[in-house]
Design a protein around this ligand. Structure first.
Ligand code: 6R9
Length: 646
């Protein structure tokens, strides 16, 4: 049994109570199970009005010593990382802790040889290949600050992020495989670099054998590797030194570079990984290609991209800090067909599977035998993240993937929070369709009314806020502390405001109801887009929908719904009426959309969130200036929606 594993409901209650009553003692104890070069002298200093949060001050550490070196004694030959390539016919790659340690040290030496020093920012624009993980950890090892930019972003988005942090070095690849396509990363990067004066060197991985033109100050990854050895001592970092920057989109203006620091981020991601997913490790065993798994460690797979916070915290740092076996997948759920996720689960005997509701809905749209053809018997925990999960998707996940036997953890958190905030602990605390359920130990959520007053008692519904710091809260927005203060700490004095609404039921379980900025006022009634979409999605013909407001003479605002139908259903007036009726039945006639447009797709961000800003413009019949659509997953869908707009 691991030191900080919570294994029963009473143990959760006890941990939670202690974390509120004696937060410093609580986190001291958890932090003590890591390797520190120097113990901290002050556990917590905070003031949400400044705002300022510091954890484990005076402490010194290196997160890679905790993710790699300390496992070498007992798990040197255990698989740390399983790489599943885009093409199912290519061999998977297995890296033991020893091998991963060596790869990271080697690349850290490449960075040093290219003049990267502690505190320098390194931009990483790479496909989901093992070298991405090596690069992230190599930065951390030498104290360089990584800024990973998702490899689907455009040249303009990449350049803006490089410039915001004045990155010194760019790591990229010739191309990236995604399904049957190759993303030409190097040429996109070159485009970006035309406007990035701070970049002194670009290191290019050969992944796709694409033809690329190397320019001045651009070097090949493999050539650099051949010049170094794998001996690289860690840089000793202060707990509050910067570990990484990761950009998240704001509701307006340029992206926000959220800053995470070394000590608190490590402690919190490791703690939450182990407890939320109920990951079980065990004595060291050899896990190679022909792995024997009796008594071996669990195999955990998070399908996110490392370009997002979910990948940072729950593919790389959280799992590795726990000595876990973590899977990374290069490809997409639809290639070569929609059975791919399940094929991978079977092949690697995945025990914990963590994905997004948008992926679940896409998979649920396809014939069920794509899941049933595979052996999913190793699955123990299922997780979701990124948006509220609707009833239908939750039930499909539970019935067809979990076969009713795997607890589902619906994990609510953000780039800004660093780690999971509200979630059940798999099999330990109850899980309930569409509910994130309970706050993790250390997290003190409150619900506020429109006046910012705390709503006491249950049930309740309001604006979600957090009134006490946790170790992995982002410390600032890179280069713009004022904006950090304005966005997160000004709406409700003394509280962290995440921008989401929630309800709390009779037993105190939280259900995230969606962004509070997506509220539409129709005839004086506050309507959230999320519950209306949920209602529409419950209609048997509907895969997914998005609701926005548009100006209306009488109602002030009216509702415009974009709806994707299952194959086999055709748009008809009858169907339209029955969807409206479904909403009326579920929420009330006031929530019935005035306009329903059937569409093949919805504009999505790379992390699977619907870009309502664009849909709103189309509904407003104002398509002249749609803003930047280059960061969309599917920019092509926008024109077809415009063409069919009502
Ligand atoms: C981890 C991540 C954060 C926003 C967040 C909320 C939404 C995330 C959710 C969820 C309902 C969940 N969100 N998880 N909503 N239930 N389980 O997604 O970070 O990309 O920064 O997005 O995503 O609206 O505020 P990020």
């Amino acid at each position: 049994m691991h030191r900080f594993q919570i294994n029963s409901y009473p143990a959760y209650q006890k941990a939670y109570k202690r974390s509120i009553e004696e937060p410093e003692a609580f986190w001291d104890e958890i932090a003590s199970s890591f390797v520190w070069r120097k113990k901290w002298t002050k556990t917590l200093e905070w003031d949400f009005t400044k705002p300022e949060v510091k954890w484990f001050q005076g402490g010194q550490l290196n997160i890679t010593e905790n993710c790699l070196d300390r496992h070498l004694e007992k798990r040197a030959n255990q698989t740390a990382l399983i790489f599943e390539p885009n093409n199912p016919n290519d061999a998977a790659q297995y890296f033991t802790y020893k091998a991963l340690h060596s790869k990271v040290c080697q690349f850290a030496n490449v960075l040093k040889a290219n003049n990267v020093k502690k505190g320098d920012r390194v931009c990483i624009y790479m496909p989901m290949v093992p070298e991405l993980t090596f690069a992230v950890l190599a930065c951390a090892r030498i104290g360089a600050v990584h800024s990973v930019v998702f490899a689907g972003f455009s040249a303009a988005a990449l350049s803006a992020r490089i410039n915001d942090a004045a990155c010194k070095v760019l790591l990229t690849a010739d191309g990236g495989f995604r399904g049957d396509k190759i993303t030409p990363l190097k040429s996109i990067a070159d485009d970006a670099l035309k406007t990035c004066p701070s970049i002194e060197k670009t290191i290019v991985l050969n992944r796709t054998n694409s033809e690329v033109i190397m320019q001045a100050n651009q070097v090949w990854w493999h050539e650099e590797l051949s010049k170094v050895d794998d001996n690289c001592p860690v840089e000793i970092m202060d707990a509050e030194d910067m570990l990484f920057i990761l950009y998240t989109s704001g509701s307006t203006g340029k992206p926000k570079g959220m800053v995470h620091t070394c000590g608190g981020y490590m402690v919190y991601t490791a703690y939450t990984f182990r407890n939320v997913f109920q990951y079980r490790s065990s004595r060291a065993v050899t896990l190679g290609r022909e792995a024997t798994r009796a008594g071996g460690p669990d195999v955990y797979w998070c399908t996110a991209d490392i370009g997002w916070i979910t990948g940072h915290s729950y593919i790389v740092y959280g799992p590795l800090a726990n000595g876990a076996t973590t899977v990374m997948f290069e490809g997409v759920p639809s290639y070569p067909d929609y059975g791919r996720f399940w094929e991978i689960c079977e092949k690697h005997k995945v025990n914990q599977f963590y994905t997004a509701p948008t992926a679940i809905r896409a998979l649920a749209k396809h014939p069920i035998n794509l899941a049933e053809n595979y052996n999913l018997k190793h699955l123990k925990t299922l997780g979701t993240v990124g948006e509220p999960i609707n009833d239908e998707a939750w039930n499909w996940y539970n019935d067809y993937v979990g076969k009713g036997k795997c607890p589902i953890v619906d994990t609510w958190w953000q780039t800004e929070t660093g780690g999971i905030m509200i979630s059940s602990l798999a099999g330990v605390t109850r899980s309930k369709a569409t509910y994130a359920t309970l706050p993790l130990p250390g997290i003190q959520p409150v619900l506020l009314d429109e006046n910012g007053e705390e709503i006491v008692g249950n049930p309740a519904q309001g604006i979600l806020a957090i009134k006490f710091p946790w170790p992995s809260i982002a410390r600032t927005i890179y280069g713009n502390h004022e904006r950090y203060k304005n966005v997160y700490f000004s709406a409700y004095k003394g509280k962290y405001f995440p921008g989401d609404g929630a309800l709390r039921d009779e037993v105190g379980d939280y259900r995230i109801t969606g962004r509070v900025d997506d509220v539409i006022i129709v005839s004086g009634h506050n309507l959230g887009t999320a519950p209306i979409e949920n209602a529409i999605n419950e209609h048997e013909a509907v895969v997914e929908s998005a609701v926005v407001g548009f100006p209306h003479d009488i109602k002030g605002n009216a509702l415009y719904a974009y709806v994707i139908l299952y194959d086999g259903y055709t748009a008809s007036d009858e169907l339209l009426q029955s969807i409206r009726q479904k909403v009326a039945d579920t929420i009330g006639p006031i929530a019935k959309p005035d306009k329903i447009q059937f569409t093949q797709g919805l504009p999505k961000t790379r992390s699977g969130k619907i870009m309502r800003r664009i849909l709103r413009k189309i509904a407003h019949n104002d398509t002249t200036n749609l803003g930047d659509t280059s960061t969309l997953l599917n920019p092509e869908v926008v024109q077809s929606i415009i063409d069919d707009a009502i």
